[in-house]
Structure formats: C-alpha cells, structure tokens
Design a protein around this ligand. Sequence first.
Ligand code: DC
Length: 221
Amino acid sequence: MRYSIAIDGPSGAGKSTIASALAKELGILHLDTGAMYRAVGLKVLRLGLDFSDEKAISEVLANTEIDIKFENGVQKVYLDGEDVNSLIRLHEVSKAAAATSSLRCVREKLAQAQRNIALKYDMVVDGRDIGTYVLPDAKFKFFLTANEEVRAKRRYEELREKGQSIDFNTVLEDIKKRDIMDMTREIAPLKKASDAIEIDSSYMTPNQVVQTMLKYIKERL
Ligand code: DC
C-alpha cells in the first residue's frame, strides 16, 4: 500500500521547502501541487483569457496536458510538452494561478491528476486542500502556518534572489489577497483538516520544522 503525507497551508508558509526536505529524509518523492495550478495560470495568461471565464477556461483545459515527471527525484512540470519550471515562478503567473485556482473545472482536473500520481508513489504532497479534499485518507497530515509578515518576507527574498524587482509592500498585499482567495473559495478552500497537526513555522528554522514532523511520523510508522 502506498502512503501519502499531506502538507497544507497558506502561501509562503514554507510548504515546498519543508515538503522537499521531509521527502528526502524519508527517501520518497515530493509532489508540489501548486506547480500544477501555476501551469494552468500560465496557459490562461498566455491566451489572454479572463480569469473568471470558466466556460472558455474549461474548453481550453479539455485540450491541455499538464504532466508531472520526476527527474532524478526532482519534480518537473510540463505544459503541453513544454518545460515551464522557470516560467511558472514569475509573479504574474502567481497571480493568474491564484485567480484560476478557484474555478471548479481547474480544481477537478488537477485533483484527479494528483490522486493518480499519489496512487503510484509514496509521497509528500503539498498544497492547500490535500488533507481535506484530494487525499482525505493520507497517512499523515500537517497544516503549516506562519504569520503574514514572516511569509511576505520569505516570498520577497525568494523573488529578489531570482532577480525580480518588486517591493515588500506589494508582496505583503498579494499574500493577504491570496489568503482571502484561498480561504473563501467555494470549492476545497484552504482549511486545516480536523485530523491535521498544526505547526506554526514563524520562528522555526526549516530544519526544526522537518525534525518536528519526522519525530511525529517515526513515532507512528
Ligand atoms: O503553493 P503555490 O504558491 O505554488 O500555489 C500557487 C497557487 O495555486 C496559489 O494561489 C494557490 C493555488 N493552489 C491551490 O489552490 N491548491 C493547491 N493544492 C495548490 C495551490
């Protein structure tokens, strides 16, 4: 039997870093589901579609391939065969992903794809709705949080490192907007699963968070 570890939480809580380090410690794969929402956002942005035009987006999605491959254990996302791993990290794409991820057609297509991937491998899966909706039977569930300022600072530094010029307040405002969008959407909103362990990472190093999770997992495996 395959097993999954779900890590959900808001933007900038460090889910990806933590999920990747935890997967490495356990010798299993890491699925970053946000990358799939970003690939959809990129496609919609390129086509110039209105982010709320569910009919047009649904038609486009019917002919869109979002493939996840693991190359040397590292996830790569392909949009209609094109390697889009760098493009999906652009700030404009984050905004497009945040808007289009509230659409039912997007969530249903990606949730199904994520379930299919999780059937094949033992994995740490990070996202917003993994423990509540995509994999409600995940063996372990964590809900990773951090306060808004800390999350904005982390995202700001990440973008600066990638050479994107942006000011801190814009990042903070975007984080706040994204939290509201994530928590108030109708389908599979961001919320802690009742059986998830909550960890506030505001004043913890990534390694401290990983060790906390590992301890919990190893006591129960
Ligand atoms: O985690 P991230 O910033 O890469 O996610 C990009 C966007 O996709 C973000 O606005 C939230 C959305 N998302 C989602 O709705 N559900 C998921 N399971 C993962 C991401």
